[in-house]
Design a protein around this ligand. Sequence first.
Ligand code: SF4
Length: 505
Amino acid sequence: MIRNFNDDISTPDKFVVTLELVPGRESSGRTIDTITGISKDAYADGRITAVSITDNPGGNPALSPDALGHEILDDGMDVIVHFTCRDTNRVGMESRALQLAHMGMKNILALTGDYSGKGFGGAGSPVFDFDSVILTTMLNDLNKRLIRAGHSSIFITGCAVSPFKYTEAESWVQYKKLERKIDAGASFTITQLGYDIDKYEELLLYNKHKKIETPALASLYLLDKRSARPMHAGRIPGVHVTEKLFKKVMQEWEVSSEGMKQAIERTARLGVVLKGIGYKGIHLGGIHDSFETVGKILDRMSEIEHNWLDYIEEFRENEPNRFYLYKQPETAKTVIPGKDTIKVKIAENFHYLFLRTAHDLFFDKRASLAPMYKKISSSLDKSKTSWMLKAFLEDPFKKMMLSCKSCGDCGIQHVGFLCPESGCPKHTRNGACGGSNDGFCEVNTDKLCVWVRAYNRMKKHGETEKLTREFVPPRLWELKDTSSWINFHLDRDHQKPLKPPARML
Ligand code: SF4
């Protein structure tokens, strides 16, 4: 009988265990045999609801989760396919979704994705035509088509969230993006990986505070010396392993049998604590060799779960200068939002105020002068002289102020008057990805994340609620290298009033 992930996450009181498997850069052989072997053993064991399969992890090529997942699904184990926005554009993504639906693989973890890594001949070109919110919206739209076509099952789309953010700005943008993903149709969440129980608890408190009932699975990783090193060094985007924990793990692994024993014990203890504080389930990673280790972790969890409170203090990190949304999680029946000291440089503030004022004057369709701008735009367009406006006014101004890439479909108003094309390597328009580290970009590590800058400058003016307030549609590529000013006034850009597609009428 096929195990059903959706049934299990929808069943009250069912504690769900999923297992993350990572294919490598080969189409058959030892690694693939190991993965299918783990999955068969997991199915036989009966305690695992589904396996999830990563999509070119770290941006490097690997066997497709669609192909491998289909083989695993045939053996009866339910599969969650990781689906990132990095490697194909919207045409390829929709085509892939149709293929997955055709193969009966409808549990999707929708992710913006790590940045591009290296493939044949060098680094890959990053696509990021969509972000995870838009991808979730596309899958939700596809569901409507599937239902109309008489399909009995539809996509069950989940999303990732990282509570392990230690500045106010990063925490805020993460949680706001989570809300957007849920509004877009995400029906389960899986956390980023961490070892800080106050942050794990923060997400549950946030969900409670915002009345979010979407089931949350907590990521849990079997931390060995091989994985602890890059995590501690910040080489795995968004993952934190403190100096204290790193040293402890290294010490434990001085005798390798002791290292594995301690890794299993730590994973089991964190697992029961996460269950105790209210997670719907755990999403277990770091299993590369056999199912035996998973069995040992789950056995140990059964032995110690009644004592979970005894272990909670082991996972309080108590590191200085970290931001927590709720200052005292254990007593946070009343929600007390934390506060960071945010400083905004004079030039940064001036940039924001200047562009915000210009936007309100020239790009507000409710403004009294809007009909006049529309008339001017229309006449420039008809006389085919709009290129002069672009070449002599728009381009110089926007290149100087925003390092504009001339996308023709301007989205600065969604990102605190910063450019999502030049400012964000993943071109996100609906909120930050999970890869930032201490406020800095995952890719350009010497630059602040554009969303952190946006939050900070808007916070100064009490305007953060305007940030990530509503769904931002994908950029229209057909407008590239045309005047975004004219496109706005002639209702050609993503802000045009939406008409339902013909098939929806
Ligand atoms: S969003 Fe597009 S038009 Fe606006 S500044 Fe960036 S590249 Fe230029």
